[in-house]
Design a protein around this ligand. Structure first.
Ligand SMILES: [Zn+2]
Length: 339
C-alpha cells in the first residue's frame, strides 16, 4: 500500500523479506484472506498511521520457515494459522489474557506488516496448528471472522441451545460464519439480506428463516416468526439505519452484539426501549488467545469449515478488495500466494 485511499493505492511489487527477531517466527504464507479491517486500514479510517509503503492483511496461513532458538510452541516446517493481534505483555489487559484490549495493541496488517505477502514475521505465540484437514485457503479464511464471532456469540452473548438468534446481513464473513456456529450449537437462526440469492445460500447452510430486508418489514416479520416474543440475540455488524430495528426485534432481556458497522457507526438508539426491555448491548473486537484455542478445538469437533466465496491470486489483491467493498461475496474472499 503506497498511501491511504482507494484500492488504486495497492501495488504488486517486491518488498524486503522480514528479518527474524527474538521470540519471533517468519512464516512462508500460502494464503491470506480479505477482511473489512484491511479496507479500513487502507482508507486510513482507523486513525492509525503506519510507515508507508505498508503491507495489509490480518489473516494468513502457511509454513513456519524461520524460528528463533527460544521458541518452543512450534517448529520449522509446521503448518500454521495466525492469531492476528498481539499485545504489550505487561498491561492489565495483557496480564489477564485480554491482549486484544491492550492500549499498545498491534494487529497483523495494521501496526504490524501483514499477510498480503510471501513472508510475514510475528510472535511465535500467535502461531497455532491448522485445524484438521483444512487447506491453506480455509486456514487463512477462518481466524479473524471466527474469533470475532466466537467472542460475540459465545463469550459475550452467551448464546444457548434452543435460543433464537437474528443475524443481520448474512453475506458478510462474520455473519455467515455465525450462522454455521449458531446452528451447530443448536440455536434457531433467522437471517436477513437484501439478496434473494444470499438468503437461499443461507438456508442451504441451515438458516431456519430468511427475511428480505428491502421488501419485508423486519420487526413485523421477526414478531410473526417468534409468536410476538422477539429474538434472544441479535448480531448486527451493519449498524446505520438497521440498528434501531435490531433493538426492536429483541425479546425482553435480549442481547444485541456488534463488532462494527459497515453501514455507518452513528446509529440512533431508543434509550427507553433499552431500559424497559432490559436489553444488553455488547461490543466485541477480536478475542483472546484462549478463545482462539477453544475455537480451533470447536471447529475440529464440530467439523465446520469456513465458507470460501472466491480465491484471487495475490497479484489481484486490489480487485479482491473492490469485490468485498461492493459486498458481492458470500463468505470469505481468499488470496492465493505464489511460492
Ligand atoms: Zn498490553
Amino acid at each position: 500500500m503506497h498511501g491511504y485511499g482507494g484500492a488504486e493505492q495497492l501495488f504488486y511489487e517486491d518488498a524486503p523479506e522480514p528479518k527474524l527477531e527474538s521470540g519471533a517466527v517468519v512464516v512462508k504464507l500460502k494464503a491470506a484472506a480479505i477482511n473489512h479491517i484491511d479496507i479500513w486500514n487502507r482508507m486510513g479510517a482507523t486513525g492509525i498511521a503506519v510507515p508507508i509503503p505498508h503491507i495489509l492483511g490480518a489473516d494468513g496461513a502457511g509454513i513456519v520457515a524461520e524460528i528463533d532458538a527460544n521458541v518452543a510452541n512450534i517448529k520449522a516446517g509446521d503448518r500454521v494459522c495466525l492469531y492476528p493481534p498481539t499485545g504489550c505483555g505487561r498491561c492489565e489487559f495483557c496480564l489477564t489474557g485480554r491482549d486484544f484490549m491492550c492500549f499498545r495493541l498491534r494487529v497483523l496488517g495494521e501496526r504490524l506488516e501483514g499477510t498480503y505477502a510471501q513472508y510475514v514475521k510475528l510472535p511465535a505465540q500467535n502461531c497455532f496448528p491448522i485445524p484438521a484437514d483444512y487447506s491453506f485457503e480455509e486456514a487463512a479464511a477462518f481466524p479473524l471472522v471466527f474469533i470475532t464471532l466466537w467472542r460475540m456469540l459465545i463469550t459475550n452473548a452467551e448464546l444457548k441451545p434452543g435460543e433464537t438468534v437474528l443475524i443481520i446481513g448474512v453475506g458478510g464473513g462474520v455473519a455467515s460464519a455465525s450462522l454455521q456456529v449458531a446452528k451447530k450449537i443448536g440455536a434457531r437462526v433467522i437471517v436477513t439480506s437484501s439478496s434473494e440469492e444470499k438468503l437461499a445460500r443461507a438456508k442451504n447452510l441451515g438458516a431456519d428463516h430468511g427475511i428480505h430486508h428491502r421488501t419485508e418489514d423486519l420487526i413485523a416479520e421477526v414478531r410473526r416468526l417468534t409468536g410476538e416474543r422477539g429474538v434472544d440475540v441479535v448480531l448486527d455488524c451493519v449498524g446505520g439505519e438497521v440498528w434501531r430495528k435490531s433493538l426492536g426485534c429483541l425479546a425482553l432481556g435480549g442481547r444485541l452484539v456488534t463488532c462494527g458497522a459497515t453501514a455507518g457507526g452513528h446509529a440512533v438508539d431508543d434509550i427507553a426501549e433499552i431500559c424497559s426491555k432490559e436489553l444488553t448491548i455488547c461490543g466485541s473486537t477480536l478475542g483472546s488467545p484462549e478463545e482462539f484455542r477453544l475455537l480451533i478445538s470447536f471447529l475440529n469437533a464440530a467439523k465446520i469449515r469456513p465458507i470460501i466465496d472466491s480465491v484471487f491470486p495475490l497479484s489481484e489483491a486490489a480487485a479482491a478488495q473492490r469485490y468485498v467493498e461492493e459486498a458481492r461475496q458470500f463468505g470469505k474472499v481468499v488470496l492465493e500466494i505464489p511460492d
